[in-house]
Design a protein around this ligand. Sequence first.
Ligand code: IPE
Ligand code: IPE
Ligand code: MG
Length: 244
Amino acid sequence: MALFGKKEETKLPENLPVHVGFIMDGNGRWAKKRGLPRSLGHVEGGKNFKRIMQYCKDIGIKYASFYVFSTENWKRPQAEIDGILAIMREYLDEVQLHLGDGVRAIFLGDKSAYPEDIRKRMEKLEADTAHHSQLTVLLACNYGGRDEIAHAAREIAALVKNGELDPDSITEQTIADHLYTAGIPDVDLVIRPSGELRLSNYLIWQCAYAEYYFTDVLWPDFGTDELDKALIDYAGRGRRFGGV
Ligand code: IPE
Ligand code: IPE
Ligand code: MG
């Protein structure tokens, strides 16, 4: 079956990653290169998010996570933050319509930092899509890996305090169960465009054994052909998880 006319050519490998994490970086530089305001880079980045999400669904990826906004990104100028919030409002209203059936959306991060209307839209999207299972899209908004682990520690400490949990029984699984990603498989492949070779606090627990793919292409230009390249590269790697 044809996915998109011109993409019939690419033969994707059989061993696709179950969970792909996208660090959507480089929007600002994409705009700067064109003499445009950074906010327009975020608009283009948003369009590419939709393209890549749709493609993940078409090729059968089960979990796709996207780094939308970090706990550190609040340091940016208020005008830029407001621009990103405006894009979020727009997408929260239309994303479900755009994707159709089969896609479940889950937010990773502390929603309480967002204005009430956005928080409500996030909660509604999660509730409306909770029964879908073809593709799960994880949206990291006000997300930081260290913040997530601290949040899990607070929840676990409260259980110990109430006498519901014995500290000696705490395992790696206990911690995983208290992360925002509880029940979601670990990341298999992290993709970071834009030339930066770092994780920037993205899913630091869940990426412990992830494979990494870096490219200089900026996020708004990271199209489906670029994703194909990353998937082919990933398929050729030997993952050992500490074994032989
Ligand atoms: C990523 O693009 C989007 C967010 C962090 C919200 P950037 O805005 O970081 O783009 P660059 O890195 O400045 O090019
Ligand atoms: C990471 O990008 C966060 C997102 C893509 C949302 P940044 O642009 O914030 O990361 P640094 O500052 O280059 O590490
Ligand atoms: Mg950046």
